[in-house]
Design a protein around this ligand. Sequence first.
Ligand code: PMP
Length: 431
Amino acid sequence: APPARADRAPASKALFDRAAAVLPGGVNSPVRAFRAVGGDPLFIARAEGARLFDADGAEYIDYVGSWGPAILGHAHPAVIEAVREAALGGLSFGAPTELEVRFAEKIRELYPSIDMLRCVSSGTEATMSAIRVARGFTRRDAIIKFEGCYHGHADHLLVKAGSGLATFGAPDSAGVPESIARTTLSLPFNDPAALEAAFAARGGDIAAVILEPVVGNMGCVPPEPGFLALVIDLCRKHGALSIFDEVMTGCRLARGGAQERFGLRPDLTTLGKIVGGGMPLAAYGGRADVMRVVSPLGPVYQAGTLSGNPLAVTAGLATLERLTPALYERLEKLGASLEAGLRAAAEGAGAAACVQRVGSMITLFFTKGPVRSWTDAATSDTKRFSAFHAAMLARGIYWPPSQYEAAFLSGAHSEEDIERTIAACREALAA
Ligand code: PMP
């Protein structure tokens, strides 16, 4: 059996004790605390390529990738150099820069559905603002989201955001007023009949439908054929706006995100993670007539001291410039190898499990599958997942610390990394 974590990682353990006194749960974002899998989190000292190095100097093959941004691998030399150079020119001006214009032009080039966009500093701000824009544009209040989709922690989006059962507008978090949660209608993902029924009943009230076009936040769950097109169609028919939350999928499933992969054009799109290259940067954008409601052009207020920050935009541009067709071919190839290896390992161990993957997003669900919705995902054996996670960690594999998260590949992962990971998985499942 692997040694107890406290013995193996004394420096992380000591840091976690100190952290717990000054940060709620010892962390600045809950999933980092490893609560879902038990055990204490590792404190990371540095990262390079596909490797994380913890405070005790141990090395891990990383499948979290900062929860998505690290598509080129960590500390890509060209990105680091660009940021270093930009830093010498000042960290923030609170005035417009050419860099922001270049960034916006680049995004528009990659996303034909985006005529205009606004930079913000987190995915939460991007989705919150996109919803406000949709409400301001349509002069309606209700929004539809899907169970198991996470769109950040704005009040009206913390409804069935990765856990819970299908209901009308009960908040997932304390501190969210019922009156706000009630404006959110939560529906099962991949259920066209439920969506049609919702529009038939309340079509005239609905400002927007927001979704993850390939869900990452209940584990990797692809849309069934036709489901995304139906969302766009129903929105158009009823005067609502479609919002693709591509904070996770944007620039990951293709340079132009899931919308490029599936050949679709939503009214609004939110981006984050990869577009900021590991710095705090996100964006929302879409149809010009819709985006013209944003302040100072229109009546929808939205602002930010650090929005379009020169360092963040520089890291983003340096990353976007390196998203080549060859990178996506490589990610697809690595993803296919990992998928096949994990599936064979699960079958070999006789585990009730299924592997779901789209491009470089992959999840090993401890349930028979297929997982098409939150109801399916919730049948996963999370105890088995926790044991799997600990066994992988003990073998130097840093897998996402929750059953309901996708693992991410980067261009820095090697074929050998994938083989080592599959071998570790085989042992972990046998243990
Ligand atoms: N939308 C999606 C699809 C996400 O995956 C996330 C973060 N995991 C967010 C929004 C929120 O982004 P942030 O954490 O930057 O606020």
